[in-house]
Write a protein that binds this ligand. Structure first.
Ligand code: SF4
Ligand code: SF4
Length: 663
């Protein structure tokens, strides 16, 4: 069967003149490639070394490389159609590596893969299948970029992209056409030269354009920091963050040159979506422009001409940009690094920021309230004090200890823990985890808070913490590692989902089962299972069942911790779960993260209003959250709607609402 199919035609003989012309063109093309690529490589290598970078353990790097680069899984998952088109082009490039080597060798009279051999026939047909797929893929991408023109690709048409698409299409078309001519024909020779010219024109364009990502992005993905939105530690007393070019590390420079300008980061950025100055793509391209103009040894400030300080401080650190980026660019460390630079050099002048820093430097909480108020709340709710005998240390956090709505969540969660018979206690003294100062770039205050808290936890012999706040969970578990070994911590959604079959339910019998079976050390519930009478707490009134509930994924629980199902399991116990258009990995921020909850008025539309409107539009009677910051942001946003808004409850409050009276 294979032998009856047409064979790839290759010119059988090249004159000396032809060989010389080919060799000259190939050397020129290679030289032009290196002339630019060598400069880029030099800038990356001459950037500051990443002090905390470890290549090992390498297994995760290999797995990520296989999944994200070779399988193109992330590109396809996040944008299925254009992602698949891109993947087809990429896979064709891989398949064409051998074809291209042989093509060039033929030009020098040393071809090694005979088209009429068994292996040759098989491989050239294999490559032909990819050539067809690649031609279709590149045509689709061309139509999208030049006819559909999604807004996040920018208003300006990129003719360079159009030309490169034409070259790739020409490479595939000339290869495929060679199956329909004979070796000795003039057409075979013309196709060979057309293919060669397309190839040798394409090569030097790679480092001169955003197609540099073809070479760099596999390396960028392989060398990523390894965990999502990870803020690297400062490398010593002389490290003030990203102040000038000399502070750019090799990873940051590599990432800046890897950007393919696809705009996915900007498309998902809550700041960009609400008319603010911040555009994560432009932040990365700003770093690249700086490196191009001034290089990695420059003392010129990074903020100013190349990136705006105002934009950098509009970031909520929601991580949507980083999550979406197909080439492994880590925006959050760059943005926090630039904030560190501005804060540590005294360039950031913001009255709200200064007030927050002072409150946390001198006091215990980000709200600047006296700790005596926390004591009063503990007494009022009769929360047990942690004495080392209980299983859990219930971490109140600034919101749970001082904010009225946060306190209500803690009180209801405590009721649920009591109902489940879980043993817990709260610390007499607890300071802010340092989340807002860490993300605003004030490492000095963050260090003070982390060290003080670690000491308190060690003194109290805490082994396991539970928290209602995903920001506290993230900061304790990841950021504190810089200063010690934090105890194990879990978010209350994980705890509640684990014990879901012990909680009363208002859901219809068809509700899906809870996520996981309870563990052996699960405390026994103090009440029978099944539907319980409605709570007598008037704040937790429930509309007629089945209640429609929409769950908002907090960024620090979802993208940061990969916890999506557990809060839904809990919410489903109370009613019918709806999904907002942007949910799970694509959830839209509430606007509070990155310390922004404590800063002044936003410019443009409020992020919380944008998100609240989307949640209200689902028609849900209740908006469920699992973060006290989201809760407080939506409380204000819903109040501003004017109309009768849905009620707003934490998942702990949903669970508490179903408890029998007396609990
Ligand atoms: S972390 Fe969120 S707010 Fe900040 S730039 Fe990225 S998408 Fe925008
Ligand atoms: S940073 Fe990543 S997501 Fe943003 S434009 Fe560049 S490649 Fe695309």
């Amino acid at each position: 069967m294979l032998f009856s199919l047409p064979v790839l035609a290759e010119p059988q003989h090249f004159s000396l003149a032809e060989k010389l012309i080919f060799a000259t063109l190939a050397i020129t093309s290679g030289y032009l490639f290196w002339r630019r690529f060598g400069v880029v490589l030099d800038k990356i290598l001459k950037s500051k070394k990443d002090s905390n970078f470890h290549l090992f353990p390498i297994a995760k790097r290999v797995a990520d490389f296989f999944w994200e680069v070779l399988c193109q899984a992330k590109v396809i998952r996040e944008r299925p159609l254009p992602g698949l088109a891109h993947a087809l082009v990429f896979w064709a490039f891989l398949a064409f590596a051998l074809v291209t080597l042989n093509h060039c060798a033929v030009g020098l009279g040393i071809g090694f893969l005979a088209p009429d051999s068994l292996i040759g026939r098989f491989y050239f047909y294999f490559a032909a299948a990819f050539a067809l797929a690649c031609a279709a893929g590149i045509a689709g991408l061309f139509i999208r970029r030049f006819l559909v023109r999604p807004r996040w690709l920018g208003a300006k048409l990129s003719w360079e992209s159009g030309f490169i698409a034409f070259l790739i299409f020409a490479l595939m078309a000339t290869y495929l056409a060679a199956f329909f001519v004979t070796d000795l024909s003039l057409a075979a020779r013309a196709l060979w030269w057309a293919h060669t010219l397309a190839l040798l024109t394409f090569l030097p364009l790679i480092p001169h354009t955003k197609h540099l990502h073809l070479v760099l992005s596999p390396v960028t993905i392989f060398l990523s920091r390894g965990s999502f939105a990870q803020i690297p530690p400062l490398s010593g007393d002389e490290d003030f963050g990203l102040v000038a070019g000399k502070d750019l590390t090799q990873l940051v420079s590599l990432q800046a040159y890897s950007c393919v300008e696809c705009g996915r980061c900007t498309e998902h950025c809550p700041a960009a979506a609400t008319g603010k100055l911040l555009n994560p793509k432009e932040i990365i391209l700003g770093v690249r422009a700086y490196l191009n103009d001034l290089g990695p040894a420059s003392d010129q400030p990074l903020l100013g001409k190349y990136n705006s300080q105002e934009a950098v401080f509009q970031c909520t650190t929601c991580g949507a940009c980083e999550f979406q980026c197909p080439v492994g660019i880590e925006h959050v460390p760059v943005l926090v690094g630039l904030r560190r630079g501005a804060v540590n050099t005294g360039e950031w002048d913001d009255s709200h920021g200064s007030k927050l820093f002072l409150a946390l430097e001198r006091g215990s909480n980000a709200l600047g309230i006296s700790p005596a108020e926390r004591d009063k709340f503990i007494q009022k709710e009769a929360l047990p004090i942690f004495d080392g005998s209980q299983q859990y240390c219930l971490w109140l956090g600034c919101m749970g200890g001082y904010d009225p709505k946060g306190r209500a969540i803690i009180a209801d969660f405590a009721r649920v823990m009591n109902y489940l018979g879980a043993s817990y206690g709260v610390l007499r003294k607890e300071k802010c985890t340092g989340d807002p100062v860490r993300r605003l770039g004030n490492d000095l205050v963050f260090q003070q808070l982390a060290e003080a808290n670690l000491e308190t936890l060690a003194q109290n012999k805490v082994k396991k913490i539970i928290s209602i706040c995903p920001h506290c969970v993230r900061t304790i578990q990841e950021d504190w590692k810089e200063y010690g070994t934090p105890p194990e911590i879990e978010h209350h959604s994980e705890f509640l989902a684990r014990f879901a079959d012990k909680l009363p339910t208002a859901a219809p019998p068809s509700a899906p089962p809870p996520l996981a079976a309870p563990q052996a050390n699960v405390p026994q519930a103090n009440a029978p299972q099944g539907k319980a009478p409605q709570s007598t707490n008037p704040a937790l009134s429930r509309p007629n069942a089945p209640e429609k509930i929409v769950f908002h994924d907090p960024c620090y629980l979802g993208r940061y911790r990969n916890v999506y199902d557990q809060p839904r399991t809990v919410a489903r116990l109370s009613g019918e779960l709806l999904e907002a258009p942007r949910h799970k990995e694509r959830s839209f921020c509430c606007g509070a993260g990155g310390g922004l909850a404590f800063l002044g008025e936003e410019t443009g539309e409020r992020v919380s209003h944008n998100r609240a409107a989307e949640l209200v539009a689902t028609g849900a009677e209740t908006i469920a959250t699992a973060c006290p910051f989201c809760n407080t942001m939506f409380r204000d946003a819903l109040a501003a709607t004017g109309a009768a808004p849905p009620q707003l409850l934490d998942i702990a409050q949903l669970a508490a609402r179903e408890l029998p009276s007396g609990h």
